[in-house]
Design a protein around this ligand. Structure first.
Ligand code: PEP
Ligand code: MN
Length: 335
């Protein structure tokens, strides 16, 4: 349930409502919207709290609780901003860069190349979630410094992954948007930590996650106080062998019906091979993706991770021309 408080309700009244909800074993989330103060009760038995909550002083109205991620919360859709980029409006930003930050020359070269081709933001991992512990794990803090250098050199805001709750503050000090990867979609401590800091969060769908599970993962971040969450379809595991993952195009419109959060797509990790990336990127944009995340490497054959799916700068520039046409066909435009 949601308790709507009198507009002038003092802090002590809010605190009493929170306390009553928590005493019943439920979680209380306080928010302000449309000139009202709302205290939502979530968790087991929350719906049954309506009679009790409605009798508390200062409570004007009790409504059924709606998840923070639900479309009904903001029917017009949420726009998430980072740097000078906006995701969720008529302008579709393309976020591009290497899988991993490898060295200064590499990240500066790719940042300049993708900016030249019209990208709005730079992606690159400093902390990498690798399937094998023997694979390149990323440059860590040194990688963050190189990303900051690439941002200074190009003006592109930076999206980079965080793997562990204890790294959130350090990564957030550099990143303009934090990425939580597919393998960490249900790392609830990490989701909470990302929710307790101020930078926007790009949350990728888990390797075999349902849309309900993805939305619940987003709910952790929202409930912890961070309203700026972007969801990303990046392919899921199926029996298919022709691509690294099966790109779930339907997830894009299906998510947009259910949530006000922007929905973006990562055709690179879906495809796993560069010859499929342009077609999947075009499909994602046509299906309503609010932004795309695309891996680009100046020398893919030498990449330390995800080389086979990385576009060369030239292929990326050619794709941007096609994407501009697709965007126009669906009433949007590239930045
Ligand atoms: C990445 O973006 O490089 C990455 C590891 O993606 P995912 O978490 O989707 O596998
Ligand atoms: Mn990658």
């Amino acid at each position: 349930v949601i308790a709507v408080l009198d507009r002038e309700a003092p802090a002590s009244v809010r605190a009493a409502v929170v306390q009553a909800i928590e005493a019943a074993g439920c979680a209380a989330v306080v928010s302000e919207a449309d000139g009202e103060c709302r205290v939502a009760a979530f968790g087991e038995g929350a719906a049954a709290l309506a009679p009790l909550v409605s009798t508390l002083p200062g409570v004007r109205e009790v409504r059924p609780a709606v998840p923070l991620a639900a479309r009904e919360q903001h029917p017009e859709g949420t726009r998430v901003r980072f740097g000078d980029v906006e995701i969720g409006g008529p302008v579709v930003p393309i976020i591009a860069g290497p899988c991993s930050v490898e060295d200064r020359e590499q990240i500066l070269a790719v940042a300049r190349a993708v900016r030249g081709a019209g990208a709005s933001a730079l992606r690159g991992g400093a902390y990498k979630p690798r399937t094998s512990p023997y694979a390149f794990q990323g440059l860590g803090e040194a990688g963050l410094e190189l990303l900051a250098e690439a941002r200074a050199a190009t003006g592109l805001p930076v999206v980079t992954e965080v793997l562990a709750p204890e790294d959130v503050a350090r990564v957030a000090a550099t990143a303009d948007m934090l990425q939580i990867g597919a393998r960490n979609m249900q790392n609830f401590a990490l989701l909470r930590a990302a929710g307790e800091q101020a930078k926007p969060v790009l949350l990728k769908r888990g390797l075999a996650a349902t849309l309900d599970e993805l939305l619940d993962a987003a709910e952790y971040i929202l409930a912890a106080g961070n309203p700026n969450v972007v969801l990303c379809e990046r392919g899921v595991r199926t029996f298919g062998q022709h691509a690294r993952n099966t790109f779930d195009v339907a997830a894009i419109p299906a998510l947009k019906l259910r949530t006000h959060l922007p929905v973006i797509a990562d055709p690179s990790h879906a495809a796993g091979r560069r010859d499929l990336v342009p077609a999947l990127a075009r499909a994602a944009l046509a299906a309503g993706a609010d932004a795309l995340l695309i891996e680009v490497h100046p020398a893919p054959e030498r990449a330390r991770s995800d080389g086979p799916q990385s576009l060369t700068p030239a292929a990326f520039a050619a794709l941007m021309v096609e994407l501009a046409r697709v965007a126009a066909a669906v009433g949007k435009r590239l930045a």
